[in-house]
Each structure stands twice: as structure tokens, then as C-alpha cells.
Design a protein around this ligand. Structure first.
Ligand SMILES: [Fe+2]
Length: 372
């Protein structure tokens, strides 16, 4: 949409065959770099669960300027039919109701990042309306990758209808960047078929992260959490190998999901070991800034990794070191909450990030801030 006044509400109409079929008021056009903004972030959500609806309801109470989904947007297989049964009815519910969801979609910008449930069920012979991510999202097609084999979802089955529907969104639409307020966001596909060790891919990522030198904040959003303390998905640590690049390019926060709970790390630096382990883990050397507490000490030395994947699918409760005595989580984890579904409220004002984790009943689970 063009001609909008940044930071202001606007009215819009949707036309079909030249006739208006829908009209609504959007609560806020994209803010400029000197305007504050508030964003709700969660992932692993549209499974048509009571938890998803309560989280959607809580999101609406916060009246966010935008909603960012950290992947696994629809369950279980990323199909168009699942958007229609699990996504649109909940985030586009007629009224805000914890039993149904909330009318967020007509008024609020939604930003979707791809997860494994969105892109990895790419056998069209089995799921003919699968990989719907590529036709339900209008991403800025400024990404990279995809030209070489092994860096796109392996589409199987007859793909002509899919390609027609997806157009040029496939395959670059899963890797993109954009500016919102004073923040530069980079969304990347973290699925198994990606090779983020490929020098060309890394170069593309470096360029994407550093594309706006005047941005105050730099965020990376990827689905498969590089660092987390849950038992589930411990053998999927491949994204850890990008940690040195994130440190070098001044990434402030890496937001992810995949792990169905809420976790935040201490600011950290990580040197991955060159050795490949057989079980999918990536060992290395950590350096942690444990003086950062997000309240009295708010200037981090290192990158913060946040898992916010408690948006609706069943929780992963068990911490990695459960029952081991001292700490149940990894040393890099500063906060771990797997007891309740929740969302992240991110408020950005100039050089301050204010972050709250709000649970499905509206209670505050965590509160912290970052300053520059
Ligand atoms: Fe996932």
C-alpha cells in the first residue's frame, strides 16, 4: 500500500473483480524511524487450540501495531485448508473473546516467518494445498538463496498449480528483510534443507543484516532456536553456526520459536567447534554476560536469544537437566517458562527495548529491557 501517513490509522477496501468486498480500518501504518512502536511476537500457534485463542485474545488487548509470528504458523502441515480452519477464524474472529480469538487481522499488520510445519511438508502429492506460506503471505521479495538446489523446500509431486499460486514468492519469500520503526529485521528460513554454511548464503545474510546502517536495532527472526534449554529439539542446533556472524554484524536479538515455551538467554558469544557431531548438536565455547539482568543492568555484551514459541501448540515443559540437582537449564539460559502459553510484547522507543512476556490469562511472566 502506498500513500499512507506513517504511524497513523488508515481505512482500506478490498476489491474483487472491481467491486469492494471488504472494508476496515487499520490501526497504524508502518512507523518511521523516529516513531515508537509496539509489536506482539509469538510462534507455533495456529492449531485451533483453546491456548491459541486465549493468546490471540491477550494480543488484542495490547493493541499492537503489528504481530510477528516466529514460524509454525499453521498446523499440522502448512496447508491452505489449515489457514482456513485454524488461522483466519482465530486471528480474524468477529469479536475479541478468549474462547474464540480476536479481530486482529483486519486492523493489524501480521508478519510471518516460515517454520518446519509451514515449509517442510512439501510433498504436493500428499498435501496438494501444502506450502501455502508462499501464497498467503505477501513478503518483500528482497531475499536471496533459492537458485541453488538444497536451499529451498524440496517440492515433490505435480507443482504447476502450486507455482501458479505462489508466483515469484517461491522460493525467495522465506528469506527477506525490512525496516519497521528504527529497527532492521531479517527473516531467514532455518529448515533442515537450508545450508547456512554455504559462503554465498552467509554473504547474502551479512548483506541483509547490515543493509540499513542507520537502524538503531538489528533483529534476526528464525524458527529453529539456536540456543534453548528444553529436552525437545536438542539435536537441531545447526543455526548455532551463525552466532559469530550475528555478533560481528551487531545483531541485538535473535527471535525464534520451534520450542514451545518461553526462554531468554544471557547476552552471549559463541565459538562453534569445527567438529561435526553425529547427533546434530553443535558444541563450542560460550562467553556469557551474566551481569545483564534486564532491569538494573540493561546494556548487553553479546547477542540475546529469545524463544517465544508458546503461541498455541502444546507446551514443551521439560527442561534439559530436569532432576539433576542444581540448575535444570543450560548455563546460557536466564529465564525459562514452560508452564503456560504466552506472547511477547515488544515496545521499542528510541534506544530502549521494553519487553514483557504475557501469559494466556494476562499475567506477566517476564519483564526486561535493553538499552543502548
Ligand atoms: Fe517448529
Amino acid at each position: 500500500m502506498s500513500g499512507l501517513v506513517p504511524g497513523e490509522p488508515f481505512d482500506y477496501r478490498v476489491k474483487k473483480d472491481g467491486l469492494p468486498v471488504f472494508a476496515a480500518r487499520a490501526n497504524r501504518a508502518r512507523p518511521t524511524s523516529d516513531q515508537a512502536y509496539r509489536m506482539v511476537i509469538f510462534g507455533d500457534c495456529a492449531e485451533d487450540t483453546a491456548w491459541q485463542k486465549r493468546v490471540a485474545y491477550q494480543a488484542s488487548l495490547l493493541k499492537p501495531d503489528s504481530v510477528l509470528i516466529t514460524g509454525d504458523i499453521v498446523y499440522p502441515h502448512g496447508r491452505a485448508s489449515e489457514y482456513r480452519s485454524n488461522y483466519f477464524p482465530v486471528y480474524g474472529a468477529e469479536k475479541a473473546d478468549p474462547k474464540r480469538g480476536a479481530p486482529l487481522l483486519p486492523s493489524t499488520l501480521f508478519i510471518g516467518i516460515s517454520g518446519n510445519h509451514d515449509l517442510a511438508y512439501s510433498n504436493l502429492a500428499k498435501y496438494p494445498d501444502g506450502v501455502a506460506y508462499y501464497y498467503y503471505w505477501k513478503q518483500p521479495l528482497n531475499g536471496w538463496g533459492g537458485a541453488e538446489s538444497g536451499k529451498v523446500p524440496p517440492i515433490k509431486g505435480s507443482a504447476s498449480e502450486f507455482r501458479k499460486a505462489a508466483g515469484n514468492a517461491f522460493p525467495s519469500g522465506a528469506n527477506y528483510s525490512f525496516d519497521y520503526g528504527n529497527t532492521h529485521f531479517v527473516a531467514i528460513d532455518s529448515n533442515f534443507y537450508m545450508n547456512w554454511q554455504d559462503p554465498k548464503m552467509v554473504e547474502g545474510l551479512r548483506k541483509a543484516i547490515t543493509a540499513n546502517p542507520s537502524a538503531t536495532w538489528r533483529f534476526v527472526v528464525l524458527h529453529v532456536a539456536p540456543f534453548h534449554s528444553s529436552v525437545s529439539h536438542q539435536n537441531e542446533q545447526w543455526m548455532r553456526r551463525l552466532a559469530p556472524l550475528f555478533e560481528e554484524t551487531g545483531v541485538d536479538v535473535v527471535w525464534s520459536g520451534h520450542v514451545h515455551n518461553y526462554q531468554r538467554s544471557y547476552p552471549l558469544r559463541f565459538r562453534p567447534s569445527a567438529k561435526r557431531s553425529a547427533n546434530g548438536t553443535v558444541d563450542g565455547e560460550f562467553s556469557l554476560d551474566t551481569t545483564f539482568d534486564g532491569t538494573s543492568t540493561t546494556k548487553p555484551n553479546g547477542v540475546l536469544y529469545v524463544v517465544t514459541g508458546a503461541g498455541g501448540a502444546a507446551l514443551y515443559k521439560k527442561p534439559l537437566h530436569a532432576g539433576e540437582g542444581t540448575s535444570e537449564t543450560e548455563p546460557f539460559t536466564a529465564k525459562y517458562d514452560a508452564d503456560v502459553h504466552s506472547l511477547t510484547e515488544l515496545s521499542v522507543s528510541g534506544k530502549t527495548l521494553s519487553i514483557r512476556q504475557i501469559d494466556e490469562n494476562g499475567a506477566e511472566v517476564d519483564k526486561w529491557s535493553v538499552t543502548k
